[in-house]
Design a protein around this ligand. Structure first.
Ligand code: BG6
Length: 492
């Protein structure tokens, strides 16, 4: 027997990528609602407007250290632009049907997120929006009825837009209180319905996408460092609060894990790979390990970053680390100092092409060892339970002549990855709680805003431009994953 009996098999989604209903039943706007659709070649845009001059414009999603909108302008919805989060896969009106399909596959768990702006439309409201709370009551009841354990992310790439505009998002310490108040509201409301929680999705993406990960309108290094620190403190306070409300709550961290390989045996390449891994593991060193690593503090010193911190922040971080460490992992990346030997891996990839691996249409390499390496690395470093909460293949699905989708390429990717994870459990003894593959139902891609970058076992009839019936159907991988779950990962 490879996986424990209670291993949590399932799938994962995020509110802003699946729910739609962006302005229904009292929901406020979130940062995701002002981001347009892009493609592999063209970036997504964050649109803005200056309320005084009426001037409009946009900036690119991965805007690094600059401002998302010029002084005086604010991120805003513009006429004539297409925003994929507004309807997405319309889970808001299809959740019963979708959960029934998950149950048919035998899901033990479903990772989803609560859209913060459905509960607190402006983020800093004193009272929650009852209609928003009721929606998630219905979803959790439906899951529980079907024997599916929810795993709930409190903040998955969306911050109430008002908090971004008014406070520069997580760069302000005031967000800690707003977030903890939101966590208290949903912890109390769903106590008895939800046991597993994640505080922030891919907390380490603050550096690459500060508006997406932290609602930062001004994403300077100083603000990104402060935003990250504030999220760490909020996470520790949330762990403390959650355990007070219900000692059985398990509150985890969520890290975007990409293994970095050195292209050559040149020690300079090896050092570069280690340094890039450190940039990722800094986030789990603090949130799961409880302490800032020296390398990060030194970098802040060099760059003149000064944190607005309190001595008690560090006590909280050490005392209330995450209960478990969950992570997303799709691929690996390669770095080198020998630029003449490097073949560019494509505009969305970090580093250079791996000559040993084949890549997807979006340039993400399929790596049959990456989950085992990730589980080994994280086990050796933290000795805590782990949970793979995202993994999968984004691919274009064609409807065949028989009206079906024969996605053997997806099955192949998942077979290789699940085998790698199984080796980590059976050979290396990793303490793995579960596996939720990404986008179990087709949804909007976070990176490109496309619908055609599909991850699902369940097909959703909707196109990049927003046309389609939104009807659901089963792909071949649906039946394959059902078998995997039924045999607890024995029959791949
Ligand atoms: C993770 C995110 O980075 O990867 C998801 O948590 C995202 O929100 C997923 O959708 C896959 O990335 P993409 O760009 O293919 O949607």
């Amino acid at each position: 027997m490879s996986f424990k009996k209670e291993f949590l098999w399932g799938g994962a989604t995020a509110a802003n990528q699946i729910e739609g209903a962006y302005n229904e039943d009292g929901k406020g706007l979130s940062t995701a609602d002002v981001i347009t659709a892009g493609t592999y070649e063209t970036p997504r845009h964050i649109t803005w407007k200056n309320p005084k001059t009426e001037e409009t414009g946009y900036s690119e999603l991965t805007f690094g250290g600059t401002r998302v909108a010029p002084e005086g302008a604010q991120p805003a919805i513009l006429d004539g632009e297409y925003y994929p989060s507004h309807i997405a896969s319309d889970f808001y009106h299809h959740y019963k049907e979708d959960i029934a399909l998950m149950a048919e596959m035998g899901f033990k768990t479903y990772r989803m997120s609560i859209n913060w702006s459905r509960i607190f439309p402006n983020g800093d409201d004193t009272k929650p929006n009852e209609a928003g709370l009721e929606f998630y009551d219905h979803v959790f009841d439906e899951l529980n009825k079907n024997g599916i354990e929810p795993l709930v992310t409190l903040s998955h790439y969306e911050t109430p837009l008002n908090l971004a505009i008014k406070y520069n998002g997580w760069a302000s310490r005031e967000l800690i209180d707003f977030y903890v108040n939101y966590a208290r509201t949903v912890f109390n409301r769903y106590n008895g319905k939800v046991k597993y929680w994640l505080t922030f999705n891919e907390i380490n993406c603050m550096d690459m996408m500060p508006f997406v990960a932290g609602g930062l309108v001004d994403g300077s290094l100083q603000n990104r460092a402060q935003g990250t620190h504030n999220q760490f403190v909020a996470s520790a306070l949330t762990v403390k609060l959650g355990h007070e409300i219900n000692p059985d709550f398990q509150i985890g961290q969520m890290l975007a894990y990409s293994q970095i390989y050195a292209l050559t045996a040149d020690p300079a390449d090896q050092l570069k790979a280690i340094q890039q891994m450190d940039d990722t593991l800094f986030y789990s060193d603090v949130q799961t390990g409880g302490h800032y690593p020296n390398s990060r503090l030194k970098m802040y010193e060099r760059e003149g970053v000064k944190l607005d911190d309190r001595p008690e922040d560090y006590e909280l971080l050490a005392k209330y680390p995450a209960d478990f460490l969950s992570f997303s992992c799709y691929t690996s990346n390669v770095v080198t100092t020998h630029n003449d030997q490097a073949e560019d891996a494509g505009n969305l990839q970090v580093g250079v092409k791996n000559p040993y691996l084949k890549a997807s249409s979006w340039g993400w390499a399929t790596d049959p060892y990456v989950l085992r390496i990730a589980l080994k690395t994280l086990t050796n470093r933290y000795h805590k339970p782990l949970w793979i909460v995202e993994n999968g293949l984004g691919a274009v699905d064609e409807i065949a002549e028989d009206g079906k989708i024969h996605d053997d390429y997806r099955i192949e990717y998942l077979q290789e990855n699940i085998k790698s994870m199984r080796d980590a459990v059976t050979i290396d003894g990793a303490d793995l709680m579960g596996y939720t593959s990404w986008g179990c139902i087709d949804l909007v891609s976070a990176g490109t805003g496309e619908m055609k970058k599909r991850y699902g076992y369940i097909y959703v009839d909707r196109d990049n431009d927003g046309s389609g019936t939104l009807n659901r159907s089963r792909k071949d991988s649906f039946y394959w994953y059902k078998k995997v779950i039924r045999t607890n990962g024995e029959d791949l």
